[in-house]
Each structure stands twice: as structure tokens, then as C-alpha cells.
Design a protein around this ligand. Structure first.
Ligand SMILES: C[S@@+](CC[C@H](N)C(=O)[O-])C[C@H]1O[C@@H](n2cnc3c(N)ncnc32)[C@H](O)[C@@H]1O
Length: 313
């Protein structure tokens, strides 16, 4: 399938996210020894953006930890639209073991990531290679339990083939992550992807971070700004409220779903760490941060009741 006309703008969102993460990491919001290997330092972002990325990264991590605790010894992670995310290496450093880890993004994005990994001893050294074999093409990398594959997530045949090539097992507990990804894909195509995952993986957890409450004035301004940057949100229909976020999973065959806005997620993060990061930069006024937090959310959905206990309180 050819890429949609807006796909260049969509792929560029990875550069933006990586730059923002690097900025917040440099300022000390959280630790990530690897992000600077993927992206150069850009302009300093506003304190609201830095705090937003802190809440996003730590919020998603909170659910990754819950998944790892519930899954036991054998588990897999599939990072959809992974961009330059460094999760594989961060989990390694934290001694959190995953049997198989697959990253998927457009081939043009994975090609850049493969190239950067090939050049970096720090990144290569951490990739677990039992048989010493690293299979590399221009866009894909298969090495031990780490795989990067170039694929358009709207093409299910390709998604399935690439997961099989990555030796993903369908009957092992599997976490699907989508951080600011589904919103760029047309609703019927997201529905088909979610339905395929729900019917293929009997033991799965999905964690999605993206926009919510997009029907109000603030949401309209966000949408207009993104459109002006060549990046319309094709999947914004699911971002109307927390209920629409949950419903699309249930309608696609998931056993259950929960969603929280980032005001709630931020409050659920460890208090000592919140106090630490609140001292990094002064906020002129809280109002803008709260509005930002009200317009992003984390939705989770599960197949099998072992993952139903995902509450944040
Ligand atoms: C905002 S970036 C987020 C990157 C990463 N998840 C993160 O949080 O740092 C969105 C990513 O989704 C990818 N993406 C969007 N639509 C996609 C599609 N149809 N197929 C593959 N990747 C897609 C983009 O190329 C981009 O890398």
C-alpha cells in the first residue's frame, strides 16, 4: 500500500517527539542515556511541554511495569509507530527482561533508526544476540530478541508478515504500545488493526497515549496548528472524550478498556518524583499545563482478565 499524502508530515512527528524528549532528559526530568544517540539537541522547549513529556513517559512506564509484573517470565512488547523510542535499552538498563521486542514504523523512519544503531557501539552492545547473528536490511534489523521492521500499520498483511519474521509468538503475553500513533491513522484502519490484534493475541494488553477532548476550543486550536504543519489527525474521531477512547477497543473485540486524562495520570505518579521535577523549571501559571493535561490521555485495553487490574489508584 502506498503512503497517504500526509505521511511525510506524520513521519516528521517522530523528529519532534524525539527532540522534545531529548530536551526534557537534558534538563533532568528523567534519565535516558540513549535518546541523544538518536537526535541532536534542538531548541529548548517550554516548561509545560517538558512536564507534558515527563507525564507521558512516566505514565506509559507505569503500565509497562504493571504488564511485566503480571506476565511472568515470558512476555513480548510490540511498539507500534515506535519512532526513535529508546525503551528497549532503558528496560535493559533496569534489568527488566522481555523475551521478544519488536518496533514498527514507516520504512523511512526505521531505515534511519537502523542506520543510527549500526553506527553506535553503545546501542549495539546492549542488543542481546545469543547466536551472534544480526540480520540487517536497509529498513529492518533482527538481532537476538530485538527487531525493527519497516511497515505501514494500515497494511495488516504486511504487519502480520513482519511480526512473524520477528518470531513473535501469538500465545505469549504481549504488550502493544502506541504513543501518539493511532491518531494519525484513519478510524476504519485503526479499528481493523485493533480487531486483528484482539483476535490474534489471546493474552494482550494495549497501552495508547494520545489526544482527548478534541471537540472543545483548546482541541480545535491544537488541530488547526497540526493541520498547518501538514499533519492532520486522521483518527481524531476516537479522541472526542475518554469514552470514545475506550469504546473503540471494546467494539474491536477487546475484553475491557480504561482511560484517564493526563491530569489523573500525573497525580498517580510517585509524589517524590513529581516534587523533584516541579523544582526543575518554574511555571508562570498552572492553567496552561492543566489544559494540556486535559487534552491527552492514556487508554489501556486487555484481552484476558489477567490484565484487567490496571487501575491507577
Ligand atoms: C508522534 S511520533 C511518536 C513516536 C514514538 N511513539 C514516540 O512516542 O516517541 C508518531 C510515529 O508514528 C508513526 N506512524 C504513524 N502512522 C503510521 C503508519 N501508518 N505506519 C507506521 N508508522 C506510523 C510515525 O512515522 C511516527 O514515527
Amino acid at each position: 500500500m502506498s503512503s497517504a499524502p500526509c505521511s511525510e508530515g506524520v513521519q516528521a512527528t517522530n523528529d519532534d517527539a524525539s527532540e522534545c524528549k531529548r530536551c526534557a532528559v537534558n534538563l533532568g526530568y528523567w534519565e535516558d542515556r540513549y535518546i541523544s544517540l538518536f537526535v541532536k539537541a534542538g531548541e529548548r522547549k517550554t516548561p509545560e511541554i517538558n512536564r507534558g513529556y515527563y507525564a507521558r513517559t512516566k505514565g506509559v512506564e507505569m503500565f509497562i511495569d504493571k504488564f511485566l509484573k503480571k506476565s511472568g517470565n515470558e512476555c513480548q512488547i510490540v511498539n507500534l509507530g515506535s519512532g526513535f523510542d529508546t525503551l528497549y535499552w532503558r528496560l535493559k538498563d533496569a534489568n527488566k527482561n522481555v523475551t521478544n521486542f519488536v518496533e514498527m514504523d514507516f520504512p523511512s523512519v526505521t531505515a534511519k533508526k537502523c542506520y543510527l544503531i549500526k553506527r553506535s557501539k553503545d546501542l549495539l552492545d546492549k542488543i542481546h544476540v545469543e547466536d551472534g547473528e544480526v540480520r540487517l536490511s536497509a529498513t529492518d534489523l533482527h538481532a537476538g530478541n530485538y527487531h525493527i521492521v519497516g511497515v505501514d500499520l494500515r497494511n495488516l498483511h504486511e504487519v502480520e508478515a513482519k511480526l512473524t519474521e520477528s518470531e513473535l509468538k501469538f500465545n505469549v503475553p504481549t504488550l502493544f504500545l502506541a504513543e501518539c500513533v493511532l491518531v494519525y491513522i484513519d478510524a476504519p484502519q485503526v479499528d481493523r488493526l485493533l480487531h486483528w490484534i484482539a483476535t490474534t493475541f489471546p493474552l494482550a494488553l494495549f497501552v495508547s497515549y494520545e489526544q482527548v477532548n478534541m471537540g472543545d476550543k483548546f482541541g480545535e486550536v491544537m488541530l488547526r496548528n497540526l493541520r498547518a504543519r501538514g499533519c492532520p489527525l486522521a483518527g481524531v474521531g476516537a479522541c472526542q472524550n475518554l469514552d470514545t477512547q475506550r469504546q473503540r477497543f471494546v467494539a474491536a473485540g477487546w475484553d475491557g478498556s480504561l482511560a484517564w486524562d493526563m491530569v489523573e495520570i500525573y497525580s498517580a505518579l510517585p509524589g517524590a518524583d513529581r516534587q523533584r521535577i516541579e523544582r526543575i523549571e518554574f511555571l508562570d501559571e498552572q492553567e496552561l499545563l492543566i489544559q494540556l493535561f486535559q487534552h491527552y490521555c492514556i487508554a489501556v485495553a486487555w484481552k484476558n482478565d489477567i490484565f484487567s487490574d490496571m487501575d491507577i489508584t
